[in-house]
Each structure stands twice: as structure tokens, then as C-alpha cells.
Write a protein that binds this ligand. Structure first.
Ligand SMILES: C[S@@+](CC[C@H](N)C(=O)[O-])C[C@H]1O[C@@H](n2cnc3c(N)ncnc32)[C@H](O)[C@@H]1O
Length: 313
């Protein structure tokens, strides 16, 4: 019987082919702690200088407003600092900062985040729009709603309305929201393979190949619910932190069969550890539009991620 780790590695080989050794190496490398500054809340404070005075060594990351901690003072966590406790910074993986960056919310826009807890991207969207975008943040799981509330409050994200709800049913329960939002974020629950650290079995012991199929039905539900609520000319990001084609390109394939008019837009990213979405899988060709989606390849800084920017004509 194959172990789940062997099965995972075999499937990575099928997905990444000649890139497999580099992907495997990345999954065996621990990523540094990274954060972004809450620009709206921390005006007139020199956050980096404050942290450096405490003994942290920090350099700028590859994404706008991202920072990498490459040295910690003895016996100090970032969560011990005033900057963290006051919500002047938000600790977040670099890959996770990309979906809000490409959605690029503007002041005054009306936005829905379909799967919001713990709120990394909700609060990033709010900050990006200088706290002047109206954001609805949906979350289904009661415990996670409390974490979301805490983070939204601590980050001072204004104009965010947290709604405990199932995103999959939200469009049908609220028919007046059809074609309503300027921007939609579907940062879908997934099997989280992109964040596995293969030297720590705790990070992947829950994984089974069938998890991909289970997650894909939730992802499809969130994607079409979000798309129905998107305004014509509005844009939407679909993202996951996983590798399985079932949860990424095949979700888009299924979506495009139902909404063939949807546009998948080219994405400009500040990083080049990327690969175009896969359009040939199990001897079948997928919709060519899917090649505009992007896989973020894990490396020494980034966890694995998947991104698609969708526009409603
Ligand atoms: C990948 S996480 C979201 C991370 C979040 N966007 C962030 O950046 O902090 C997916 C979230 O979706 C929630 N979820 C799962 N099914 C859902 C559903 N049907 N409706 C709304 N939220 C759901 C999970 O509880 C989880 O908090």
C-alpha cells in the first residue's frame, strides 16, 4: 500500500513533470516569516525602524508592501511586538498577498469576499482601498468567524460587514445581489497542498487524494455563486493554495462550460516563479482560456498557489 506521502509525490510529478525536483525541494524548505504593513492604520509610524530597534532584521519582499524577517531577536516572536499587537502589521505568506493585489480594489467599490476567515485578504483588500471600499465578508464556520472578527477589528478595517453564511447559497438567498458587486474574491477552501512542509508530517498527515474531489465541489459552488453576484465588467479572483488540477484548472473548466462568455484575464505579477494554468490533462484538452490562469510555484520564499482573474462581459 502506498503511503499518502508517496501518493502525493507521484501526483506532483504528473503535474509538474520536469519541474518536479525543484517543487519537491521547495516543499522541503521552511519559508521565512513575512508580513505586510497596515498602511491605513500605521500612518506616520516607522514600523520597520521600530522592529529593527527590537532586534528584528528585515528586508523588503518581492511584492509591494511585503517584508521578510530574516533574523529574530532571542526568545521573541513577532506576536510579542507592539506593531503586531496594535495591528500595524499583518503576518501573511507572500503568495497569500497576491489575490488582493491583482483584484486591486479602489475606494468606493463594493466587494464580496466569499470565504473570508481568518481575514488576511479581507483586511488586505480594505487597506488597499484605503478603508474606503465596502466589503462583505462571508464565512461559514462559527469559530473561524470569531477569528475573522478579531482580525478585522484589530486591523481597523472599516466598512467591512462580516456575515456568517454559506457562500454557496448566498446568491440564491439574496437574489437582489445578482450583478451587484464590483469585485469578488473566492479564496476557496482547499486541500492546502501548497503549504505542506514535508519535513513536518503534521502539515500533511490529514491529506488524502480524495480530498481534492471533495474540495472541488465546494469550490465550484462558491465560484458560480460569486460570479452570479459580480457586475458586468466587474472582476473576480479565484484562488487556492493547492496543487491538484481538480481544485484549480478543472474547476475553471467546469465553470467555463456553464459560463462560456466569462473572460479569463492575463495576470501581471511582480514575481516570476509562475507557470501558466495547465490546459492538457489526462489526455484531454481543456479550454485554452485556462492557460491565462497562473500557478505560483513554491520556492524558498513562496508557498504554492493558484490564481485566476475572471471578468464578466
Ligand atoms: C482558504 S480559507 C480563506 C482564507 C482567507 N481568505 C484569508 O485570506 O484569510 C477558506 C475559508 O472558507 C471557509 N468556508 C468553507 N466553506 C465555506 C462556505 N460554503 N461558505 C463560506 N465559507 C466557507 C472556511 O471555513 C475557511 O475559513
Amino acid at each position: 500500500v502506498k503511503s499518502n506521502l508517496e501518493e502525493f509525490k507521484e501526483s506532483l510529478k504528473e503535474i509538474y513533470k520536469s519541474r518536479y525536483p525543484q517543487i519537491l525541494k521547495a516543499l522541503e524548505t521552511q519559508k521565512p516569516t513575512t508580513f505586510r504593513i497596515n498602511l491605513t492604520k500605521s500612518t506616520n509610524r516607522n514600523i520597520i525602524k521600530d522592529l529593527e530597534q527590537k532586534g528584528f532584521k528585515i528586508k523588503k519582499g518581492p511584492i509591494d508592501n511585503s517584508y521578510i524577517i530574516y533574523h529574530f531577536p532571542a526568545k521573541t516572536y513577532i506576536s510579542d511586538t507592539t506593531s503586531f499587537k496594535e495591528g500595524f502589521i499583518y503576518v501573511q505568506e507572500l503568495s497569500s498577498m497576491l489575490p488582493p493585489t491583482i483584484l486591486a480594489p479602489k475606494p468606493g467599490e463594493i466587494i464580496i469576499d466569499m470565504a473570508a476567515a481568518p481575514g488576511s485578504k479581507t483586511t488586505q483588500l480594505a487597506d488597499f482601498a484605503q478603508n474606503k471600499a465596502y466589503i462583505i465578508a462571508l464565512e461559514k464556520h462559527p469559530l473561524r468567524i470569531e477569528i475573522l472578527r478579531h482580525n478585522v477589528k484589530l486591523q481597523g478595517a472599516e466598512k467591512v460587514k462580516i456575515i456568517p453564511a454559506d457562500g454557496i447559497k448566498y446568491d440564491k438567498k439574496n437574489p437582489e445581489l445578482e450583478n451587484y458587486f464590483d469585485k469578488v474574491l473566492v479564496d476557496a477552501p482547499c486541500s492546502s497542498e501548497g503549504s505542506f512542509y514535508l519535513k513536518d508530517p503534521k502539515t500533511y498527515s490529514f491529506w488524502k487524494i480524495k480530498k481534492r474531489r471533495e474540495m472541488s465541489s465546494i469550490q465550484k459552488g462558491l465560484l458560480i455563486s460569486g460570479y452570479r453576484m459580480l457586475k458586468p465588467k466587474g472582476s473576480m479572483v479565484y484562488s487556492t493554495c493547492t496543487f491538484g488540477v481538480e481544485e484549480n484548472e478543472l474547476v475553471l473548466e467546469w465553470f467555463l462550460e456553464r459560463y462560456p462568455e466569462a473572460i479569463i484575464k492575463e495576470i501581471t505579477l511582480p514575481v516570476n516563479n509562475t507557470m501558466n494554468g495547465i490546459i492538457s490533462w489526462n489526455n484531454k484538452s481543456l479550454n485554452k482560456k485556462i492557460s491565462k490562469s497562473k500557478r505560483i510555484l513554491p520556492n524558498e520564499l513562496f508557498t504554492g498557489f493558484f490564481l485566476a482573474l475572471i471578468e464578466k462581459p
